[in-house]
Design a binder for this molecule. Structure first.
Ligand SMILES: [Zn+2]
Length: 337
C-alpha cells in the first residue's frame, strides 16, 4: 500500500514535470529565436532579396562625355540620387592630376595605370533634389590648368518613414547628444583618405549572401514615437551569431564599441570609401589588419541601439553615408574589365 502510494506519487510528479516541460518548451524556443528589429507593424517596409554580386561587374560605357580643350570627362551616371555615388573618368594629353567640386564636396581624382584619372562623387541623403554645378579642375605636365564645367541633377530617393520601438533599458540611447558624439567620432575616421585602391581585385559584395534586406537606407526613423533620425545604412535579416563577411578588400580602420552602433568593424577601402558592420556580438578582426572581400570579420548580435538581433551595414563615400546596395553594384576601376 505504502509502496503503491510512493509509486503513484512519483508517477504524478513525473507527469506534472512533463506537462510543465511541454508548456515551457514553446516559450523557450521563442526566447531563443532572435527577435529582429521591432518596427512599427503599420510601417510599410520594402523587403527584397538582392542578387549577390560575386560575379565581376563589366565596365559600363559612359552615359555622357564633356570635352574641354585638353581634358575629356566621362560620366558613368545620368543623375545622382540623394545618398548616391557617381563615377567620373578624366583623360587628356599630359594630364598630371585633377580634382572635382560638387556641392560641398571637393575631392582629388585618383590615377589608374594607363587609364588616366577617376573620381568618385557622392551626395548627402538630405541634399535638396535639383541640378548642381560639377566642376572638374585639371592640371598638366606643362603647368597649365583647365576647368571643365557641367551640371548634375540630384534626384529624390523616395525615402520611407519608420517607427522603431526600443525597450526601456535602451532608451538612454535616444539622445541627440549621444548621436552627435558618435557621428563626430565616425567623421574623424572617415576623414582619412588613403590614396590607394585597396578595394582592387574582387570588388564589393553583400556581407551576408542570400538574405533579405529588411530596412532601407535613408529611412526617416522615429524612435519610440519621439526622437527623429535617419537610417544611415541597410538592415539585413540575420540570426544571432551568424557570420558577417567584409564587403570588400581593405584595412580595418576601427574595431571596437560605439554607443549606438554597438560592436562595430569599419573597413577602409581607400580613396574615401569605407564600410561599416554594426551591432555585432563578436568581432574577429583588429585595427590595422588587412581583410579580403568575403572574409569573416564578426558575428551578428544586438549590441548598441537595437530592439533585437539584426545586422546594420553602411558604406561611406567621401564622408557621406551612401546607399550601400547601390554602391556594390557600381563598376569601379581596379575591378578588371
Ligand atoms: Zn540599421
Amino acid at each position: 500500500m505504502s509502496l503503491r502510494c510512493v509509486e503513484s506519487g512519483f508517477v504524478k510528479r513525473t507527469l506534472l514535470w512533463i506537462m510543465i516541460a511541454l508548456w515551457l518548451l514553446p516559450a523557450l524556443a521563442l526566447a531563443q529565436e532572435p527577435a529582429g528589429e521591432t518596427l512599427d507593424p503599420t510601417t510599410p517596409v520594402p523587403v527584397f532579396t538582392p542578387t549577390p554580386t560575386l560575379t565581376p561587374i563589366p565596365r559600363p560605357l559612359p552615359t555622357s562625355t564633356v570635352a574641354g580643350d585638353r581634358a575629356t570627362v566621362e560620366l558613368f551616371f545620368t543623375t545622382i540620387n540623394q545618398g548616391g555615388t557617381g563615377l567620373l573618368h578624366i583623360t587628356g594629353v599630359g594630364l598630371a592630376g585633377c580634382s572635382t567640386r560638387f556641392i560641398v564636396q571637393v575631392v582629388d581624382c585618383f590615377p589608374v595605370a594607363n587609364d588616366g584619372f577617376y573620381a568618385l562623387i557622392s551626395t548627402n541623403m538630405e541634399q535638396n533634389p535639383r541640378k548642381y554645378p560639377l566642376d572638374i579642375f585639371t592640371w598638366y605636365d606643362d603647368t597649365r590648368r583647365q576647368t571643365v564645367n557641367t551640371q548634375v541633377e540630384v534626384t529624390g530617393a523616395g525615402f520611407i518613414k519608420q517607427n522603431v520601438n526600443l525597450a526601456p533599458d535602451k532608451t538612454y540611447l535616444i539622445d541627440p547628444e549621444v548621436e552627435r558624439t558618435e557621428f563626430a567620432r565616425l567623421e574623424s575616421i572617415f576623414g582619412t583618405v588613403t590614396p590607394e585602391m585597396l578595394w582592387a581585385g574582387q570588388g564589393f559584395q553583400l556581407p551576408i549572401l542570400g538574405s533579405e534586406l529588411t530596412s532601407p537606407f535613408g529611412a526617416f526613423r522615429t524612435f519610440n514615437e519621439s526622437f527623429q533620425t535617419r537610417h544611415t545604412g541597410w538592415d539585413i535579416k540575420a540570426t544571432l551569431g551568424q557570420p558577417i563577411m567584409a564587403s570588400g578588400t581593405g584595412k580595418v580602420a576601427f574595431a571596437g564599441f560605439l554607443d549606438i552602433r554597438g560592436n562595430i568593424v569599419i573597413i577602409n577601402h581607400g580613396y574615401g570609401v569605407y564600410s561599416t558592420y554594426s551591432h555585432l556580438s563578436q568581432v574577429h578582426v583588429t585595427r590595422g589588419q588587412s581583410v579580403r572581400a568575403g572574409q569573416i570579420i564578426g558575428t551578428v548580435g544586438s549590441t548598441g541601439r537595437t530592439s533585437g538581433a539584426h545586422f546594420h551595414w553602411e558604406i561611406v563615400v567621401n564622408g557621406f553615408f551612401v546607399d550601400s546596395v547601390e554602391f556594390i553594384n557600381l563598376w569601379l576601376p581596379g575591378m578588371g574589365s
